[in-house]
Design a binder for this molecule. Structure first.
Ligand SMILES: Nc1ncnc2c1ncn2[C@@H]1O[C@H](COP(=O)(O)OP(=O)(O)OP(=O)(O)O)[C@@H](O)[C@H]1O
Ligand SMILES: [Mg+2]
Length: 248
């Protein structure tokens, strides 16, 4: 085995005096589907935002593919460049309200990746077909359901062809009857071999699709394992307690 595709080392992140991430290490192999779980307020969203550099860690390093950054001494330029390795799918979709579905998916391709409108449209359409949204391309976010908005959010993230896609509780804002459709789409995408890190409370889903499950608590990664191993035989007391609570 060579170096892992994604290598996160000793990530620290504070907000004011609150230390949220206290030294996070994580290895992710190419094509891995990693699910990240843990109690509310434990730093899961913050970790994803740090990997995407929406937040800047004070300390630690992140490697994706052949690019490594030292978070303590990041230039603006290095930040902008490193950010392109990943895209985020947000809990609340974060679509531009004044743009259509198609325009939302085209936006980053044109403004960040400097593609022509024609090329951006072609790529966007390809991704929108994959998430079964081809009949809604001209709709505005307010005209479609939460599930459809999230599928557009997923298409937007995929269109940029990141090395790693980061999903932060992609189904938690959805009405229960819309969750299944979005999870099915994510399952299909996972099968294509793209590397994914997903924060989710959907345990059955996590168990089915993950190659690796990570349990986080109190600003640290407490335990990591293959899904069957972690769900059946958690080693750490804190993992056991958490699983008991959420499985009822
Ligand atoms: N921008 C911010 N400013 C100040 N504090 C923040 C900020 N973002 C997050 N925090 C704090 O960091 C801690 C971790 O938050 P985070 O959102 O990462 O948790 P989480 O594990 O994703 O929780 P949840 O399961 O509820 O989404 C919380 O105590 C939160 O209040
Ligand atoms: Mg969160």
């Amino acid at each position: 085995m060579g170096e892992p595709f994604v290598k996160i080392r000793d990530i620290h992140k504070s907000f004011g005096k609150t230390q949220v991430l206290k030294g996070v290490d994580l290895d992710v192999e190419k094509g891995d589907v990693v699910t990240l779980m843990g109690p509310s307020g434990t730093g899961k969203t913050t970790l994803l935002r740090c990997i995407n550099l929406l937040e800047r860690p004070e300390q630690g390093s992140i490697t994706i593919g052949d690019e490594t950054i030292e978070c303590g001494k990041l230039t603006k330029k290095a930040m902008v460049s490193f950010r392109r390795n990943t895209t985020m799918v947000f809990q609340n979709y974060n679509l531009f309200k004044n743009k259509t579905v198609l325009e939302n998916v085209m936006e980053g391709l044109v403004s960040v990746q400097k593609k022509s409108k024609e090329e951006a449209r072609e790529i966007a359409m390809e991704e929108l077909v994959k998430v079964n949204m081809e009949d809604k391309i001209n709709a505005y976010p307010s005209e479609i359901s939460g599930g459809q908005q999230q599928r557009a959010g997923i298409a937007r993230a995929l269109a940029l062809k990141p090395k790693v896609i980061l999903l932060d509780e992609p189904t938690s804002a959805l009405d229960p009857e819309l969750v299944g459709g979005v999870l099915d789409i994510i399952k299909d995408i996972a099968k294509t071999g793209i590397t994914m890190i997903i924060v989710t409370h959907e345990m059955r889903f996590a168990r089915k699709i993950s190659t690796k499950v990570v349990f986080m608590d109190g600003g640290y990664i407490v335990e990591t394992g293959a899904p069957d191993e972690l769900f059946e035989n958690p080693k750490e007391e804190r993992t056991k307690k958490f699983l008991e609570k959420i499985m009822h």
